[in-house]
Write a protein that binds this ligand. Structure first.
Ligand SMILES: Cc1ncc(COP(=O)(O)O)c(C=O)c1O
Length: 454
């Protein structure tokens, strides 16, 4: 493994990913494109399984498919021996299409439609995670109408604060889960309804949670609630689902570690498993533990490869328009149409010049995407607007963004008439295509033109 990170290396001055020369690849494929590593997905799954199952053997891992639901990715996680978590009828459909059985699927979401609930009950999934009292009624109605009992888990807002990105906090107010104040009513109701069977409790405290402590607090609270729901229903629960959130580092933590910076992650799945499993084993060793990792499984298993298409120098101006400095810009052929989080969450994805991988990073650049939106600018390194790259970087060079496997492929857009990027993967040493790049025809394939009457 190169010091640059898992599966990245250098050969003759070029960046490699799973031994594939990315600069050479950019010379023969249309950029931007993704490259995934099957080997890295397998390693990440193995790390998680080992961390949790070595301490609590009855742990089941459900890959959060919202992180990346390409069929090839679902196939990799299935081959690695884990289950899948879905968040819509579409993700459920994809999971079944990829070969998962209903018993390998849990279904989260705050606004499931009747049709989605029917789909889930018909597929006999492991658990519909009920997010509100109102949804409880709906699941019951649907399952009674279908004449088939639904297995459910109840999602609770356990009121645990986390230090992560504000948009990724999910268990201290906000739209997810049933308020703690309402759990007694929820439990009473859930136990009385004929159409469903409460199999477990669910919580998810957020994404990119870089410390163990909030999980410990959340699990303590959930174990108290398990007792409460069991008393209400008069029968034991089968599982506690503690959601996802396990972090990956997005900066070189050796020189930049800052415990309050959620891009720094030095904790490992073993750290989380140690604390969580100790609590479960102490109070309820009989309970199965479900975890729903997304980011950890796929983030560092993919890169985006792009070209520099233009460069310019612009003066920095003071309030009276006097030049007070200058900035060197590199403008790329990819922006938030491909990696939405770089703008939506001002997320930091490390950039490497693939054809200058051995050159020192001795100059500062601003990186911009191609979109007609002044927000389409990549955040800089360490509190600056700038990226440090080789001073010789310019038009025609190949820029690689690391750790983009989660929450990118599924969130691409065609904004500004840009076909969505293709995706390739390294599987058993071979390069394969897993998603074809879109064409201009794809930009209009859903337009109805001339318009038709409805
Ligand atoms: C209910 C639920 N489970 C699992 C996940 C996966 O989280 P992560 O990708 O951070 O592991 C999410 C995403 O936030 C989620 O909402």
């Amino acid at each position: 493994m190169d010091s640059r990170g898992p599966h990245l290396g250098t050969r003759e001055g070029h960046l490699t990913f799973d031994d594939i020369d990315l600069a050479a690849l950019a010379g023969r494929l249309q950029t931007p494109f993704f490259v995934f590593s099957g080997g890295r997905i397998a390693e990440n799954v193995a790390t998680l399984r080992d961390a949790f199952q070595s301490r609590h053997p009855n742990t089941e891992v459900f890959f959060a498919s919202k992180a990346c639901s390409a069929l090839w990715v679902l196939e990799q996680v299935k081959k690695a021996g884990i289950n899948v978590e879905v968040n819509s009828g579409g993700e459920l459909w994809k999971a079944l299409r990829a070969g998962f059985t209903g018993r390998q699927i849990v279904f989260n979401g705050v606004a499931k439609t009747r049709a989605e609930i029917e789909q889930a009950v018909t597929a006999g999934i492991r658990a519909i995670v009920v997010d509100s009292l109102c949804e409880l009624e709906r699941v019951n109605e649907v399952s009674v109408a279908l004449g088939r009992e639904a297995d459910v888990a109840l999602r609770i807002d356990v009121r645990v604060q986390t230090e992560t990105h504000p948009g990724m906090r999910t268990a201290h107010g906000g739209k997810f889960g049933v308020d703690l104040i309402d759990v007694a009513e929820l439990f009473d109701q859930a136990c009385r309804l004929d159409g469903l069977w409460v199999r477990g409790l669910h919580l998810h405290i957020g994404s990119q949670i870089t410390s163990v402590e909030p999980y410990a607090r959340a699990v303590e609270k959930a174990l108290d609630l398990v007792e409460q729901v069991e008393a209400a229903c008069g029968r034991p629960l089968e599982f506690l689902d503690i959601g996802g959130g396990y972090p990956v580092p997005y900066v070189d933590t050796a020189d930049a570690y800052d415990a309050t910076d959620y891009f720094c992650a030095i904790t490992t799945p073993h750290d989380y498993a140690e604390a969580i499993c100790a609590l479960v084993n102490d109070r309820r060793p009989d309970l199965a533990l479900f975890i729903e990792p997304g980011r950890y499984v796929v983030s560092d298993a993919a890169v985006v490869v792009a070209h520099v298409e233009a460069e310019k120098t612009k003066r920095l101006l003071d309030a009276s328009d006097h030049p007070v400095g200058e900035e060197h810009w590199l403008l790329l052929d990819t922006g938030y149409n491909t990696i939405i989080e770089h703008t939506l969450a001002e997320w930091h994805f490390r950039a490497i010049v693939a054809n200058r991988a051995d050159e020192p990073a001795d100059a500062s650049f601003r990186l911009g995407g191609p979109l007609c939106d002044s927000g389409d600018v990549y955040v800089g390194d360490l509190g600056t607007p700038y990226r440090r790259l080789s001073a010789r970087t310019g038009v025609g060079d190949v820029i690689v963004f690391r750790d983009v496997g989660a929450y990118s492929l599924d969130t691409m857009t065609q904004y500004n008439g840009r076909p969505r990027a293709g995706a390739y993967a390294v599987e058993d040493g071979r390069l394969v295509i897993i998603r074809r790049p879109e064409t201009y025809e794809d930009l209009v394939s859903h337009d109805v033109w001339p318009a038709e009457p409805v």
